[in-house]
Ligand binder design. Structure first.
Ligand code: HEM
Length: 494
């Protein structure tokens, strides 16, 4: 009897929760964009393919239009799809949609630093970081020289492979890693340095794991999943170890700081912290600076490194494109001078190839999640404050009107009929607006200079027939992750 009573009570309880949840949903969503009906607790998980959430968004856009709502866990998410809607979110409603949506695996960085900051310190931290990065990017010891200097080390490492097969992940990654390490700490790692390899391994592992179905689901259901074992624990452990490394660097810099003579980005933030201590405003702590530095370190390394690695694989699949690049490099730069930024103007083919690599690989397909900073009237809908907003980037990069045959790698997508570089406003691989990538200028310079330097000195050699190279990413989620491969680089004889 007692068992029956408990069962009935439980059933009534569950039914009541269900009704409350449905009622809450109907009540709160009557002015929201359309979307599939969510189930209690799981929301619209059944309508999404955790193996490829960006692709599920594209399918939902076909059904519900360019602005639609989905629910994951207890999160309300508005997705925008296609040039007009994404542009509107990023550029016309730039303040309203400039918050940062929660990323559960990065709670250690939440509301600090730049990337995962949805708090009051984001604006100032971002502004100050941008100004400082700009200062370090210009002048005689600016980014161009920094990258050129690093290109020499990278070429030397490539020579050491002596035409034998190697995994490019950490060898190529050493280039971007050292460029940002120089800006942040004036550090140059040897390509076999254990600490550097460990850091790059963690950046790489996190980017991969964050793109797997488990972490995609974890991001929205962390309240239920956080006690479970699984790869989310690995990501969080890496996040914490990277932050610990950054904190050690920040403390070392603090101990030897000369306020009149900043040596690098970290010193500049420390000087700012000391200045703020003298005012009554609560300012940065060493821990906040460590988060900012860690943000820049992994964002500055992993994105550019993955783009270069994916780019080399693409060029091996299309030897005729590699051949055209060799021809352009030989004509404009010649065999010995290191490539320079000014060469880009005379190298429309390389410029187009770099853009096409970024378009085709679609590195961050669903962008980073944004969040509404206030109740916002958008296209006749009312989107409440605190709603996650996803301005998808793949919907622009794979637009079949702007880039006919978007699934095919074609540098011609960025060339006009005279072979000149053709700008496209749909190229938003770095996003746009208030949250636009802080490292866009640096990344573009690195991609052009590193790729030109590599192809100036080497022919790429695939271990399999180019026709058999499969460019499909191994997993798509937070990022599009290139397949694992090895290659040989053969010194060019001219
Ligand atoms: C190929 C290279 C890169 C790509 C494709 C890329 C792409 C992106 C994207 C899509 C975002 C999200 C923008 C948004 O929320 O609307 C972003 C943000 C960011 N990126 Fe990059 N990025 C690259 C390289 C870099 C580099 C080299 C750095 C550092 C120097 C960097 C630092 C950042 C930071 C700090 C943010 C956060 C901005 C904010 O929340 O205010 N990125 N990036």
């Amino acid at each position: 009897m007692a068992v029956l009573g408990i069962t009935v009570a439980l059933l009534v309880w569950v039914a009541t929760l269900l009704l409350i949840s449905i009622w809450k949903h109907i009540h709160s969503s009557w002015k929201l964009p359309p979307g599939p009906f969510p189930l209690p607790i799981i929301g619209n998980l059944l309508q999404l393919e955790p193996k490829n959430i960006p692709k599920s968004f594209t399918k939902l856009a076909e059904r519900y239009g360019p602005v639609f709502t989905v629910y994951l866990g207890n999160r309300r998410i508005v997705v925008t799809h296609g040039y007009k809607a994404v542009r509107e979110v990023l550029l016309q409603y730039k303040n309203e949609f400039s918050g940062r949506g929660d990323i559960a695996a990065f709670h250690a960085h939440k509301d600090r630093g730049i990337i995962f900051n949805n708090g009051p310190t984001w604006k100032d931290t971002r502004r100050f970081s941008l100004t400082t990065l700009r200062d370090y990017g210009m002048g005689k010891q600016g980014n161009e020289q920094r990258i050129q200097k690093e290109a020499h080390f990278l070429l030397e490492e490539l020579r050491k492979t002596q035409g034998q097969p190697f995994d490019p992940t950490f060898l190529i990654g050493g280039g971007p890693c050292n460029v940002i390490a120089d800006i942040l700490f004036c550090k140059h790692f040897d390509y076999s340095d254990k600490t550097c390899l460990r850091l790059m391994n963690m950046f790489n592992e996190n980017f991969y794991l964050l793109s797997t179905p488990w972490l995609q689901v974890y991001n929205y259901y962390s309240q239920y999943m956080k006690y479970l074992p699984g790869s989310h624990r690995r990501v969080m452990k890496n996040v914490s170890e990277i932050k610990q490394y950054a904190l050690e660097q920040v403390k070392e810099h603090h101990a030897s700081l000369d306020p009149n003579c900043p040596r690098n980005f970290t010193d500049c933030l420390l000087i700012e912290m000391e200045k703020e201590k003298q005012s009554s405003e609560p300012g940065y702590t060493l821990d906040d600076i460590a988060v900012t530095v860690a943000d820049l370190f992994f964002a500055g390394t992993e994105t550019t490194s993955t783009t270069l690695r994916y780019g080399l694989l693409i060029l091996m699949k299309y030897p005729e494109i590699e051949e055209k690049l060799h021809e352009e490099i030989d004509r404009v730069i010649g065999p010995s001078r290191i490539p320079a930024v000014k060469d880009r103007l005379e190298m429309p083919y390389m410029d187009a190839v770099v853009h096409e690599i970024q378009r085709f690989i679609n590195l961050v397909p669903s962008n980073l999640p944004h969040e509404t900073t206030r109740d916002t009237m958008f296209r006749g809908y009312v989107i409440p404050k605190g709603t996650i907003v996803i301005p998808t980037l793949d919907s622009l990069l794979y637009d079949d009107q702007e880039f006919p045959d978007p699934e095919t790698f074609k540098p011609e997508h960025f060339l006009n009929e005279n072979g000149k570089f053709k700008y496209s406003d749909y190229f938003k691989a770095f996003s746009a607006g208030k949250r636009v990538c802080v490292g866009e200028g640096l990344a573009r310079m690195e991609l052009f200079l590193f790729l030109s330097a590599i192809l100036q000195h080497f022919n790429l050699k695939s271990l399999v027939d180019p026709k058999d190279i499969d460019l499909t990413p191994t997993t798509v989620g937070f990022g599009s992750i290139p397949p694992y491969y090895k290659l040989c680089v053969i010194p060019r004889s001219r």
